[in-house]
Every structure is written in structure tokens, then in C-alpha cells.
Design a protein around this ligand. Sequence first.
Ligand code: 0RA
Length: 635
Amino acid sequence: MSQDYSAENIQVLKGLEAVRKRPGMYIGSTGPEGLHHLVYEVVDNSIDEALAGYCTTVHVVIEEGNVIRVEDNGRGIPVEMHQEEGISALELVMTRLHAGGKFDKNTYKVSGGLHGVGVSVVNALSEWLEVTVNRNNRVYYQRYLRGDPEHPVKEIGSTESRGTTVRFKPDKEVFETVEFSFDVLSSRLRELAFLNRGIKIILEDFRHGEEKRHDFFFEGGLISFVDFLNKSKTPIHKNVIYLEGNRDHVDIQIAMQWNDSYQENVFSFVNNINTREGGSHLTGWRGGLTRTINDLAKDPRYKKLYLEPLTGEDIREGLTAVVSVKIPEPQFEGQTKAKLGNSEVKGIVESFVFEKTSEYFEKNPKEAESIVQKVLMASKARIAARNAREQARRKTAFESNGLPGKLADCQEKDPSKCEVYIVEGDSAGGSAKMGRDRAFQAILPLWGKMLNVMKTREDKVLANDKLLPVILTLGCGVGKSFDISKLRYHRVIIMADADVDGSHIRTLLLTFFFHYMRELLERGHVYIAMPPLYKLSYQKLVEYAYNDEERDTILKKWDAPEGKVTIQRYKGLGEMNPEQLWETTMNPQTRNIIQIRLEDVVEADTIITTLLSEEVGPRREFIEKNALKVHNLDV
Ligand code: 0RA
């Protein structure tokens, strides 16, 4: 109650005040990511209720004004008086840090990490929040301002149904932005629906002009997840391999399917949290799988192809997999707390995977055959790549500094101050070299068609005469030997024309980075330069416009007589002289560059795969559905 500050109440307010003082400690950040975490936090509680077997549907609505409503049909948060505390259990859950999971030990609660901090944190960070519980045929209600109850829990009606509804408006005093993204919520909710088979999750956007709805329900769970990831790829065996079991309190679910590409695409989760940095569950899975496949490949009939023991990389080439475990007390480690630390999990998962996959392949010899053949080819290619790398190393040893001849390097040596422009075409490269500030800007010209790395094996990628200079210039290697600490420029800027060829180069370079230097994207080192589309001159005035809207704004501003303004439309970078190129596209004070971030790797890989797919069907469908987004990616 707002006025009635018992000693107890003051303690509570202090707890929530701590959350408001350091929101980042509880939800990671006060940027868009933290904002969206609020929703996940509330949804997680409903998912837990579903996992306990009492809830089938979770309904998330973005209401007008960026108010979020999460509704479930579970048992409803208990409202009974708590003996010791003398307040309703509901109020306890909503106002005490970490009080969320105390009632029910059977479900998996996460003690660390960004999730599982409890809905009270959402409450503390909301301008207002209201909770409605349908339980015991009654409707209970309580409303809070920045976490502080406006009144005790009250009974406001009767009902036949059961469930919990939480509505809240994030506090704009706390968050940098309070604008929710339908797409961001949609991809996480889709992921949750994949990870928790049989739960129906609905997302609706009721904001004006944004009306949308996605329904997620996957009877196949992780099998559907792998189908989704492989949607625009060509599997080399028919069925997704699915393993499931519980060993020593570890719930294990794994789905995998190999396709004819060369990329490994593995996602791992612990208690529904994406462990981007991997950890003991992933190490265990890799170990078990490597053992099984090596055993299969040692069969005498592969004698001619089995040259040396197969590595994990051989085995996982073209493999799409989702590894999901649920454990009672996860320990998260690593830079972003996205790595599972519990060491006991490794052995548990490893022996489980070894047993279950051996059994599976024994029952499905045809699938085993296709997979082993593919893996043996990968091993052969790896040996060829090793030789190619050795050759490349020998070749670069002859060049004085190991840098490509075409690179015009900068003078500065501190990578954090340096940037490199990767420039399409020779003439633009020439202008860029002359126009740049050589103190900190390097230029690497590239020309000709880039190769499609999705369809190329690593040995060819490394030896490719377009990509080798990029690899050498950046200095940090590729693939598993990639070392970000060796990066020579902290801003890697792709500069290409605004036409089809330019967009091709951009997409291919981004794809290459995505598959061979992903950390570069994750850490936000990659940028796209935005050359202007128009040069406008009128008497002594000159201005550049980066799109049609800007052009029209300038024209309006000048208000010149008909026919007196010269509008030059740039068809390519080559049309600009060095000074113009500097002024419009390279001068940090005036240029326009876009940082490329791949926050959601699942979505990004789907986008890139779909865009590059040679099957016209999925690509056209994708472009039709996502015309706007594609436009953004493919600036
Ligand atoms: C603890 C105990 C019980 C239900 C819940 C928590 C619960 C919490 C949330 C949060 C969102 N939706 C929820 N649904 C349920 C039930 C205990 C019982 O009825 O015996």
C-alpha cells in the first residue's frame, strides 16, 4: 500500500529500488535488449507453468502505447495469505526479488543469467503493472506503480476459467526506448515454441498500423526447429534424427540433420536460454557424436576413404542441430553469461549421445551410409584445405609483410583507431585511395564477381583470389583459427555501388563474414558505407542527398526557380572525384555508415540462406513477405 509503510514494506521497496538503480544487473541493459527481456521474463513464468503440465496457451499482445499483455491459462498465481509475511502470495511474487519459484520445486528455474530474475523485476521497471488471476472461480486483481502496490489484492468478480494475466507499461524513465519490435518478440517466441513442444504461443500487435498476428505451435518440437533451419537447404537424409531422455536429472533433447552445404549450424540451449558461447552440454554432445561417427567410418568398407581420424569439424560439416538440456541448477559463465559451466553435464550428455546415436544408426543403416559418405568427403577436403593453407602461408611469406599487394594501408598502427574500406571496383578504389585520410584509413579494392561461400568448401574459400586479400588484410584468420585480437582495423567498411552488383558484393561479403568470421559481426566491427544518391547544386550551394526524401527536403529548403537546380544522380562510386568521395562517404564528420549487427543469428542465417538460395521459390516468397527488411539488410 502506498501510504502504509510497515518495516517490512520498506525492505521490499529497498529491494525494488535496487533494481531501479541498477537495471542492467537484472535485465542486462536498458537498451532494446533489456526492454524485450521484460516480456521474456513474464512469458518464462507461463512457460514454466506449461512445463509443469498445467497450461496450454500463452498469449502475448502488444497493445497501443507499447503496453504488453501476457495471458496464460495455467493454475493462476496463488493468492492465499502467506503465513509468515502476512500478505497475499500474489503480492509476494510481484514485489519480492527471487520469490517467483519458491512454491514449486518441480520445474526448472534458472538461478543466474539474465532470465529467471522474477516478475518483480519487471514490476519494478514498469511505470505501472497490473496482474489479474483467475483461480478458485474468482477473479483477483492488483495494480502497482513502479513496483509499489496501489492497494491490497482485491476480488473483483467470478469466473469459470483459470489463469494469469500480466499487463505492464515499461518505464520510460528507465529505458532508452520503450518501443517493442514485433519481429524481435516473434523470433524469440517462435524459438520458445520450438523448444517447448506442444505449447501454443500467440503474438499479436494491436498498435495502429502494425496489426499483425503470429501463432506458434509445434507438435514436432526440436524436429520442427531443425526443419525450419533447414527450410531452404537440401537435406542428405530424410528424417531429422531425434534423441530424447533424462539422465541424472538432466533432461536432454537433441535434433539433427545433415544437409549438402558445408556450414555447421548448431544452436544450444539450457533451460530455454540460448547458450551462444556453448559449454559443457555442447562439448558432451560433440564428443559423443564424434565417437559414434568415427566408429562407423572405421568399418572396412570405407577403408579407401578413411585417411585419418575424423575431426569434429569433419563430422559437423553441413550439420544443422539443436541441443537443448534442462537442468535444476545451471551455472552460467563466459563473457555474456551464455556458456554452461556445470562440468558434470559433459559426461552425462556425451554417454547419452554416444549410446542413442549408435542405436539410431544401427536401426537406420541407409541414413548412416549417407552421413558417413558426406563426412569422409569433408575429411578429404579438410586435408586439401590444410595443404592449401600451407601453400598460402608459404606464398605470403615471400611478400614482405604478409599483406596483399592491392592494400593501401594506413599509417596508424593502433587497430582501434584504424578503419579499412573494402571497395568494389578499380576506379572507385583509385578515388578512395586519393580521397582518404591515410593517417587512419586503409583501402582494399576488390573487383569482379565474388564467390558464393555458401556453396564452396573451405579450401576453395581460402585460396580464392577475392577473399584471400580480405583475410590477409583483416589479419585475424578464419573459421576455427579466427582470433579477434589480431584484427587490424576496428571498423571494416564495405563500400559498393547502390546497384545490383554492389548489393551482390555486400551480401556475399556479409555471408562470408557470417560463416567464417562471425565474431566480427557479433562485435559490431562491420559497416556498410552509404554513398549519396544525388548531388544537388544551385548557384554556390552544393548538397548531397542519400535518398529521395532528402533530395526533396533540400529542394524545398532552397525553393529555387524552376530549372535552376542541377541534380546529378550518381550511378556509381566511380562517378565521384576523390574530394567528393571523401566528403560524402569517408569523412567521419559527414559520412553515413551503417553498423551491421547480427543479434539474432537464427534469423540472420535464414535470411542470408534464403536470399542466396538457388531455389527460386523460397527466395521469391521471402522477398515478397519481407520486402522492407530485405531492403534494410541489402542497403
Ligand atoms: C507457483 C505456484 C502455482 C502457480 C504459479 C506459481 C504460477 C505462476 C505464474 C506466473 C505466470 N503465470 C503463472 N501461472 C502459475 C500453483 C500452485 C497451486 O495451484 O497449487
